[in-house]
Design a protein around this ligand. Structure first.
Ligand code: UD2
Length: 296
């Protein structure tokens, strides 16, 4: 498959003239390394559709539902069918310890699922962290030949608005909705230097959420492999980073800068009131009773 390395589009498409003088001024829409930060009204969906459609791209989407988290799968899939990468080939890879309980949701043409059985666990920290190992392995065994781009998403979520090709890039991270207004010193990075996820107080760009990782399949493979190795190195020294794989991910993105950063429109939390810069919520964590859904 030819990847959209250049922004080639079909001719004679009508869209609004872009302005070099006017744009959103209430938010930053580029990082200091000139990666776009994607907010509504910083891009034109018509332009994106014409660049990315008709390339027969497949977007792999990994989602884990171990233990009681299977309850979230129905709404995740149903809302993804309505809003996520509409018009693209999407291959869902569903990791669960209970394949029979995966709900039947009607998929649009070009969208398929593969169910992968994984062991259960008594510790939620382990379930969340072991995703890296399984993503790495599944990319090596299947996804590298079956998809162009990949998104790894949390399951205790719903889509509320369109999430399309504007989100595609070589290496894609998403701002965590809880920390985008804060100073780096108060980010919940891992602060113990003995951990491979360590980030000192005077470093750090943003705090990225572990619920959304994306990019070209080969790039996300590097993320998963590195985080998995570092999680294992830490474990061999009996260290568990503050926010498990999310801490390792933040460390990875500090030294391997994402080429595209998704705004918190792409990762909100249902309990949070919308702030003025959030013009739409596309994807959000549902409210969950931790005591009920986690194994301990
Ligand atoms: C945060 C992150 C999450 C992850 C976690 C690290 C956000 C918004 N969330 O959320 O991505 O980095 O911290 O600790 O960035 N899971 C199961 N069964 C379980 C527990 C977890 O399947 O019993 C899976 C499931 O896909 C879930 C994901 O692991 O969506 C993350 O776990 P979580 O939602 O409990 O993590 P949370 O809400 O603390």
């Amino acid at each position: 498959v030819e990847l959209p390395s250049e922004m080639h589009m079909s001719e004679r498409v009508q869209y609004k003239q872009p302005s070099v003088l006017h744009g959103r001024s209430d938010v930053a829409s580029v990082t200091p390394w000139l990666a776009p930060i994607v907010w509504k009204d910083t891009y034109d969906p018509v332009v994106f559709d014409h660049i990315y459609k008709n390339r027969n791209l497949t977007i792999a989407t990994t989602v884990f539902a171990v233990g009681k988290y299977i309850l979230f799968m129905h709404d995740f899939l149903e809302t993804a069918e309505k809003y996520f990468m509409v018009g693209f080939n999407v291959h869902y890879y569903i990791f669960t310890d209970n394949p029979k309980a995966v709900p039947e949701v009607k998929f649009s043409p070009g969208r398929v699922k593969t169910i992968i059985e994984v062991p259960g666990s008594k510790r939620w920290q382990e379930i969340s962290s072991r995703r890296m190992e399984m993503i790495q392995k599944t990319i090596e065994e299947h996804i590298k030949d079956e998809a162009d781009y990949i998104f790894c998403l949390d399951v205790d979520t719903k889509f509320y608005d369109y999430w399309g090709p504007e989100s595609l890039g070589t290496l894609v991270a998403c701002l965590h909705p809880g920390y985008y207004e804060q100073q780096r010193e108060s980010f919940p990075y891992e602060r113990r230097s003995a951990s491979t996820a360590y980030i000192p107080n005077n470093e750090g760009d943003y705090y990225y959420g572990g619920a959304v990782i994306g990019g070209l399949v080969g790039e996300v493979h590097k993320v998963a492999k590195t985080c998995r190795e570092n999680l294992e190195l830490d474990a061999s020294k009996s260290i568990e980073a503050a926010w498990q794989e999310e801490s390792h991910l933040n460390r990875y993105f500090l030294y391997n800068k994402p080429t595209k950063v998704l705004s918190p429109e792409y990762l909100w939390q249902d309990f949070k009131a919308k702030t003025k810069e959030i013009r739409t919520i596309r994807f959000s964590q549902v409210i969950k009773n931790y005591a009920e859904v986690r194994p301990n």
